[in-house]
Design a binder for this molecule. Structure first.
Ligand SMILES: [Zn+2]
Ligand SMILES: [Zn+2]
Length: 322
């Protein structure tokens, strides 16, 4: 058995690569219902893209893009930086908006999202990581949602500390009434607004504002688990799979500076250097100016520099040239 150590102090045992008769991609059973569901969802999403390009009204397309951005920020700023990492504090108005927009994003309840993400950080790139990159691109992107969880994911997941989340009334209400809220926030509102306000055909609105919008955001979010663990450089820790890549950062509103994020997960900024592409970091600063966000946490420049010099792969501008 090979061993890897996650971000936490616990050690996770891994089967030696290639050992045993089972492929590393198929260590657990496929859940065919989920696989068929994601296939159908993506087919509907493609139809939605075609509908958006060919026959939807311009205002319908703009509405879908607006919701894509807002729901994306609810995931990136809300679920990720605020709730999973406590990178800043938010006024209750902002937290309410995040909970509603996160429900619109349709990525399970905030409780589940945060638990999976905290587990991803604690056991990164091991079998206890829900979307372990060592099981391949497809598994880390979407395959993990189509397969039974690895026993280590189940076992270690139970020990993830969620006490702070359990004290948050808004998050626990979302968890309790998730299906009811999902129908309203993710379907009725996005689809209904173009029909009522722009006179859009209801089926066109369903294709564009539900399916295409939903599938687009899912793939943007999943890209952080797949692309950002495969492509790019490792300026802060060359021993991690998480990487920095400007193209992935463009695609994900800044989340592509993933090596930085795994080294300093409590920092509200997606990355240290690529600030032009760090849309979500700039938005948190704007929310702070409006009095909706406070106590923004950052890694000290000295700590970042020290990490880059000692552990990085040499690609950081301040790293000594070999
Ligand atoms: Zn990651
Ligand atoms: Zn994170």
């Amino acid at each position: 058995m090979a061993r890897l150590r996650g971000e936490g102090e616990e050690e996770v045992r891994l089967p030696r690569r290639g050992a045993g008769p089972v492929s590393r991609h198929f260590l657990t059973d496929i859940v065919w219902f989920n696989a068929a569901g994601f296939l159908a969802l993506h087919a509907a999403g493609l139809i939605g893209v075609v509908a958006g390009l060919l026959w939807a009204k311009l205002l319908t397309d703009l509405w879908a893009f607006l919701l894509l951005f807002l729901t994306g920020q609810a995931v990136v700023i809300g679920a990720h930086r605020l709730y999973a990492h406590r990178a800043f504090k938010a006024a209750w108005v902002l937290r309410l908006a995040i909970v509603l927009l996160h429900t619109m994003a349709g990525q399970n309840s905030l409780y589940e999202w945060v638990r999976d993400h905290r587990q991803h950080h604690r056991y990164s790139d091991t079998h206890a990581d829900p979307h372990n990159i060592h099981r391949g691109f497809f598994f880390s992107h979407v395959g993990w949602l189509m397969m039974r969880k690895h026993p280590l994911v189940v076992e270690k997941g139970r020990a993830i500390d969620m006490s702070d989340i359990e004290e948050d009334l808004l998050v626990m209400l979302q968890k309790k009434y998730y299906k009811f809220l999902y129908v309203i926030c993710a379907f009725l509102v996005p689809v209904g607004v173009p029909v009522v306000l722009f006179g859009e055909n209801i089926f066109t609105s369903i294709w564009v504002c539900f399916f295409a919008r939903y599938v687009a955001l899912l793939n943007i979010t999943w890209s952080v688990n797949s692309l950002a663990h495969i492509y790019g450089c490792r300026p802060y820790h060359k021993g991690m799979m998480a990487r920095d890549h400007p193209l992935v950062a463009c695609l994900t509103w800044g989340e592509g500076w993933h090596n930085f994020h795994h080294c300093f997960p409590y920092d509200y900024r997606p990355g240290e250097l690529g600030w032009v592409l760090d849309v979500s970091g700039r938005l948190v600063e704007l929310l702070e100016r409006w009095g909706l966000a406070s106590d923004l946490r950052t890694a000290s420049p000295a700590a970042v520099l020290r990490r880059a010099v000692i552990c990085g792969d040499g690609s950081h501008p301040a790293a000594p040239t070999p």
